[in-house]
Design a protein around this ligand. Structure first.
Ligand code: AMP
Length: 282
């Protein structure tokens, strides 16, 4: 596995692979890898001739009071994991490579970025789309792999790719959970054992919502209230939002019909956790 830290070298590597008619799979991450990330990597390895994984904690997507400075990192462990999986390139650009002095250009998707996570994190999606667009220009992948753990982010990236006629196929991958239901996330690292117990309420609440829907409940208000009650069982949990909405335009629904996204963001201790699931009503 090659470790590449400069944009020029990454571009040259990709150009050579393309000349050799290889299909390029790309998995962008912020490092501190877990099995959720690795499920994307394995899919790329299975579907593409070569796989590039990037690891870059993107300052543009963090707000002023967020965890940019404390974001967990384990570069050696990440390298070993990717090496043993059979990844071709780990692209780990230095900070100044992506946003050099005098940097001025940002890309943003309108409308859907103002909802859900966009309310409490107003610059987050602009940071994500900017860095993803830059990484796509650098790596020039055929397919790029993203997790439904970050459902809204995925919808925003799909919208950017469609609207800007970009030649990359976005591959959606399912959310991976720990055996007790907790959605895998690098930020779980922030939780102490009592906070981690509280964090289990998120997946428990979503499971309850799925069961209620299966048993015929169609009132979004009722389901939302019950989710809130479950989360509020812990005094450590501070709800940012709980939404039952259309999975693509994120408009709130009142009556469940077809596919509804149940999504939530909850702060527990210093960790802001997100989780989601699809509620299916026929
Ligand atoms: P991050 O390093 O948190 O920016 O995540 C990098 C990629 O891994 C994103 O596409 C995430 O959606 C995906 N990802 C993170 N956690 C999970 C998970 N638990 N299951 C599936 N994909 C995930």
């Amino acid at each position: 596995m090659q470790i590449i830290t400069t944009i020029n070298e990454m571009k040259a590597w990709s150009a050579k692979a393309r000349r050799e008619s290889k299909t390029l799979g790309f998995v962008p991450t912020m490092g501190y890898l877990h099995e959720g990330h690795m499920s994307l990597v394995h899919k790329s390895l299975a579907e593409c001739d070569v796989t590039i994984v990037s690891s870059y904690v993107n300052p543009a997507q963090f707000g002023p009071n967020e965890d940019l400075d404390t974001y967990p990192s384990a570069p050696e462990k990440d390298r070993d994991l990717l090496l043993s999986a059979g990844v071709d390139v780990l692209f780990r650009p230095a900070a100044g490579e992506i946003y050099p002095k005098g940097y001025k250009t940002y890309v943003s998707v309108e409308g859907i970025t103002a909802k859900l996570c966009g309310i409490s994190r107003p610059d987050f999606f602009r940071g994500v789309t900017t860095v993803v667009l830059k990484l796509f220009n650098i790596v020039a992948p055929d397919k790029a792999y993203f997790g439904e753990k970050d459902w809204q982010q995925l919808a925003v990236i799909e919208t950017m790719v469609r609207d800007l006629n970009m030649d990359v196929e976005i591959r959606r991958m399912p959310l991976l959970r720990e055996s007790d239901g907790l959605a895998m996330s690098s930020r779980n690292r922030y939780l102490d054992s009592s906070e981690r117990n509280s964090a289990l309420l998120l997946s428990r609440a979503l499971k309850m919502a799925q069961e209620k829907t299966k048993n015929g409940e169609r009132s979004a208000n009722k389901i939302r209230d019950e989710i809130r009650q479950i989360i509020n069982e812990s005094s450590q949990a501070k709800i940012d939002y709980i939404t039952l909405c259309d999975p693509y335009n994120f408009e709130e629904v009142t009556n469940l019909n077809g596919k509804t996204l149940a999504a939530l963001a909850v702060k527990i201790g210093s960790a802001r956790l997100i989780d989601n699931c699809i509620l299916e009503s026929v």
